[in-house]
Design a protein around this ligand. Structure first.
Ligand SMILES: [Zn+2]
Ligand SMILES: [Zn+2]
Length: 356
């Protein structure tokens, strides 16, 4: 193994002992990488809504006890004996897709996001709510230095899943609706505007703060989810985990339009008239990500360049951060930061640009 100095024997982590319980700050052994894994020292770990679904018991069979977290930014500090692509000192991002088998029917047809034997970071394998984590080398993304900071963490899931959702909106889209204006939406709107698409932002009814946030990021129209936009949308993406938004989005979308559900969990979808789906409207979900999605998106991000708005928390305050997200009180994305970079709220910008 290639080693870097001063790797301690133990570390602090926030651990889920059982769904429905708060995370416990725990002293854990620093994990050892297997032959095809790297040990990564955390710089930051984003907090995703999926973490809430895991912690609240809405997703089946998590690893227990579990270190959650799958928006990991860090530096490789040790490489397993079989690692060939990465070396200590490399900056990496670690996403939700932690491992795939490469041999199941889905892997064989380039749908590794649907792999039957996949492992998911911070769900079925330990993730980034800890000072160190191990990851399979082939599922780490090399990260540009400008994103190897807290501001880069939300790109690893909110950005990636947002981008995968966006890739399914179809052709000829000039007017895109986004339902739920949180971490994923605040990244995706920058991609859409960069590509000349007008964004219509829908928030929880009466959420003026989120509506102002969407306006500041360039939405041409903002409003409550329960109202219809002034023009028919060409497509819509639903990030909020609310099934009742599906018929609303279908109603707001014109003929041939796609409705993409970007979340891993959603409350029940109410029944609706076939008229809403008729005229070749398409309703679909998006599951996980492929490494190709990650390479495409992380290649595009610095060109736009994507900026994120993040609220920072130290590791020990993860429960507080999760609760803020649960109550819709996070503007942009919540991020756990390791080291000195703690302040909240905090706006991250690449040096040459700033948020409007
Ligand atoms: Zn597979
Ligand atoms: Zn996520």
């Amino acid at each position: 193994m290639l080693n870097m100095p001063d790797i301690p024997a133990t570390m602090q982590g926030m651990v889920l002992e059982a769904p429905g319980k708060p995370l416990q700050l725990t002293v854990l052994p620093v994990p050892s990488p297997a032959a095809d894994q790297v040990l990564v020292k955390l710089i930051a770990c984003g907090i995703c809504r999926t973490d809430l679904h895991v912690i609240d018991g809405e997703l089946p069979k998590p690893k227990l006890p579990l270190v959650p977290g799958h928006e990991i930014v860090g530096v490789v500090v040790r490489a397993g004996s079989g690692v060939g692509l990465l070396k200590p000192g490399d900056l990496v991002g670690i996403p939700w897709l932690g491992y795939t088998c490469g041999t199941c029917r889905y892997c064989r047809r380039q749908q590794e996001n649907l792999c039957e034997n996949a492992l998911f970071t911070g769900y079925t394998i330990d993730g980034g709510y800890a000072e160190y984590t191990v990851a399979f080398e082939r599922y780490c993304f090399p990260l540009a230095a400008q994103y190897a900071v807290a501001a880069g963490a939300p790109l690893l899931c909110a950005g990636l899943i947002g981008y995968r959702s966006y890739s399914f909106i179809g052709e000829h889209v000039r007017r895109l609706g986004i339902y739920g204006f949180g971490a994923a939406a605040h990244i995706l709107i920058q991609v859409a505007i960069y590509q000349g698409i007008k964004v219509y932002a829908f928030t929880r009814d009466g959420d003026k703060e989120a509506q102002a946030f969407a306006t500041r990021l360039g939405a041409v129209w903002v409003g409550d989810s329960s109202v219809l936009p002034p023009e028919k949308l060409d497509a819509a993406i639903i990030f909020a985990p609310v099934g009742g938004l599906v018929p609303l989005a279908l109603r707001a979308t014109g003929k041939g339009g796609s409705i993409v559900c970007g979340g891993i969990h959603m409350s029940d979808i109410p029944s609706f008239s076939y008229d809403l789906l008729w005229e070749e409207r398409v309703l679909r979900s998006v599951a996980n990500l492929t490494r190709k999605d990650g390479q495409e998106f992380l290649g595009l991000a610095p060109k736009i360049p994507i900026r994120t708005e993040t609220e920072h928390f130290p590791l020990a305050r993860a429960n507080e951060a999760l609760d803020a997200l649960r109550r819709g009180k996070v503007s942009g994305a919540a991020v756990l930061v390791f080291g000195d970079e703690v302040s909240a709220p905090y706006i991250n910008c690449p040096p040459e640009t700033s948020m409007r």
